[in-house]
Design a protein around this ligand. Structure first.
Ligand code: MG
Length: 264
């Protein structure tokens, strides 16, 4: 099931997206969910065309935990070593935006980069999750862009500003819940800018896989329903400029598209 969060006529709801995305927005319908997707829920049977709603970030996380240097070729392209253990950092909830929302260039940067990433959405409160239970704490998967002010990242030891500015965490277009952990662990992932291919990899190239990452993070902290894990980016990161359109596509999930604008 593809679970979207959207607004229609001033109301916000979750819904299940039906239809083939290849047919365009008019081919897709949203069946409105009664309640929230983190517990038992029912479909209302009330369906609206996707073209009539505004998609929002598919989830509003309490926190986004992200992993740096988790693809060897990406670490190498920035002249970095792959760390032995997962290298986690936070992106604040206020950095999250949805599909179609603008990525707003921060005033302090002249070099904002795209980073296409698989995002894991957590289904339930969890701590100290053993490997064999990881699949039980995952609601599904979505596309993410770990937008980064690369110049700021180089000059500031902590990445709070470089990776935490408003709009630095596009998520979407929806949460795909029908992909299992094994499938999610080997999907094609790409980023294009203005239609030109910039990044192309597979989630199977992660140094530390999804299970290892969730075990590692929950050794330290409680994850809450709706929390999001960004799993690192493949090689090919590069600059975005105001006016650019960046699209992250993950096989079997969908495409997350955002336009870059300057701060007015
Ligand atoms: Mg990243």
């Amino acid at each position: 099931m593809r679970i979207a969060r959207f607004s229609i006529d001033g109301n916000v709801a979750f819904g299940a997206v039906e239809g083939d995305p290849a047919g365009g927005p008019d081919a897709l319908l949203v069946d409105i969910i009664k309640g929230v997707p983190f517990a038992e829920f029912e479909l209302s049977g009330t369906k609206v065309p996707l073209s009539k709603v505004r998609l929002l970030p598919p989830v509003l996380p309490n926190k986004v935990v992200a992993i740096g240097r988790n693809y060897a070729a990406h670490a190498a392209e920035l002249g970095n070593e792959v760390p032995d253990a997962p290298w986690a950092f936070f992106k604040p909830s206020t950095s999250v935006v949805g599909p179609g929302d603008p990525i707003v260039y921060p005033s302090f940067s002249q070099e904002v980069h795209h980073e296409a990433e698989l995002a894991v959405v957590i289904s339930r409160l969890c701590r100290d999750v053993p490997r064999e239970r990881v699949k039980d704490v995952i609601l599904g998967y979505t596309c993410a862009n770990d937008v980064t002010a690369r110049d700021t990242q180089r000059t500031e030891k902590q990445w709070a500003r470089a990776k935490g500015f408003d709009s630095a965490c596009p998520l979407g277009p929806w949460i795909e819940t029908s992909i299992d952990l094994a499938t999610a662990s080997d999907l094609a992932i790409t980023a294009t800018v203005n239609g030109e291919l910039r990044q192309a990899g597979r989630t199977g190239q992660m140094v530390h896989g999804i299970e290892d990452l969730i075990v590692n993070i929950t050794e330290a902290m409680t994850l809450l329903p709706g929390d999001v894990l960004l799993t690192g980016t493949p090689a090919g990161v590069g600059p975005l400029l105001p006016g650019d359109e960046v699209a992250v596509t993950i096989e079997g999930i969908g495409t997350l598209t955002n336009k870059v604008i300057s701060r007015g």
